[in-house]
Design a protein around this ligand. Structure first.
Ligand SMILES: C[S@@+](CC[C@H](N)C(=O)[O-])C[C@H]1O[C@@H](n2cnc3c(N)ncnc32)[C@H](O)[C@@H]1O
Length: 317
């Protein structure tokens, strides 16, 4: 084991041992298992996919000021006239405004707490709005709904929970199956930032203390720090979000794992999985991406007569 990877393992192990994640059923330290789909299960990735979504009140408060993407997806949904399929709908930051704008939407998500929160919110909406939403708990790599949509969306980095080529292939196959022939798949992902990925995994980045939000309003004051640990080989950024109550209460840690997709790599994955990229935007503006872009927005369509193609054998340059 090289020096850097030894340091990384130590960091992850210590983060997991002396700061326990505040989440139910987290799989830490268990050996990898094989899932029903035949893929090896990785407890670190499973925790990095679910922990951040165990506390919907914290999630909603943390991202409450993120509005550009909500406006963008609502406009898109209205223009499509629906129905819309949203992968990784979470607790409805986008689902609910789409339904309020008069469009039918089906939300799919893995997280029971996020879907539970969305169901509770729907219970407080007028019937006309709540009846436009249907929810399914499931894996966007596997779930088959048996119907097609003119618009399939996968907002706010849900795509970054696809960690391997096989994950991406399974997801894109499901998206294709759910799209009408002229339908569109739209998703957004953070752009990998070399300076951020190079951060020292042993350094804790602190932010000012704040009141930890609960569903009943602001809760206890906590100090918040983040550690970033990038696995260069798997291209996965592991983030440890660490919370220490100011009054000395028990500290806890929330892990998050995000695959990093480079733009050319993602374009190739779309191409070889039967999609054509129709538009690539930067940060929900109409601008094309440049070196300042922090987020990429993909619009793509199923390619007609798309078959798996070998590099260099598709007639394109
Ligand atoms: C960053 S949140 C986005 C939630 C919501 N779309 C928003 O914009 O606030 C990512 C969501 O993707 C869900 N997710 C992650 N992997 C998934 C999978 N394989 N299948 C379905 N949902 C998944 C998570 O549970 C989480 O709710």
């Amino acid at each position: 084991m090289g020096l850097r990877s030894a340091a990384r393992s130590r960091h992850r192990a210590s983060a997991a041992l002396d700061l326990l994640p505040r989440m139910s059923g987290m799989a830490t330290g268990r050996p990898a298992r094989v899932s029903a789909s035949g893929q090896r299960r990785d407890p670190e990735l499973e925790a990095g996919t679910s922990a951040h979504y165990e506390d919907p009140a914290y999630y909603a408060k943390t991202y409450a000021r993120r509005k550009d993407d909500v406006r963008y997806y609502v406009d898109l949904a209205v223009a499509s006239a629906g129905p819309v399929l949203e992968y990784g709908c979470g607790n409805g930051r986008i689902t609910l405004p789409v339904a309020r704008a008069g469009v039918q939407i089906t939300g799919v998500d893995l997280s029971a707490p996020m879907l539970g929160d969305l169901r509770a919110q729907l219970g407080r909406e007028p019937r006309g709005v709540s009846s436009r939403v249907s929810l399914r708990r499931g894996d966007m790599r596997a779930l088959r709904l048996g119907r097609r949509f003119p618009l399939v969306i996968c907002p706010f980095n849900a795509f970054l929970h696809l960690y391997t080529r096989v994950d991406v292939e399974r997801f894109l196959a499901r998206a294709r199956e759910h799209l009408t022939p002229k339908g569109e798949l739209v998703f957004d992902v953070s752009m990998p930032e070399p300076a951020e990925l190079a951060r020292d995994p042993d350094r804790a980045y602190a932010t000012p203390r704040f009141r930890y939000p609960t569903k009943d309003g602001p809760g206890e004051f906590v100090r918040y720090t983040e550690r970033f640990d990038y696995d260069k080989v798997r291209q996965i950024l592991f983030v440890s979000m660490e919370f220490s109550p100011v009054d000395g209460g028990e500290r806890w840690m929330t892990p998050l794992a995000h695959r990093q997709f480079y733009p050319q790599e993602l374009e190739a994955l779309l191409h070889y999985n039967g999609f054509e990229l129709t538009e690539l935007r930067s940060d929900f503006s109409a601008e094309p991406p440049d070196n300042q872009t922090s987020m990429l927005l993909y619009h793509c369509r199923p390619r007609r007569s798309a078959r798996a193609r070998r590099p260099g054998h598709d007639g394109s340059r």
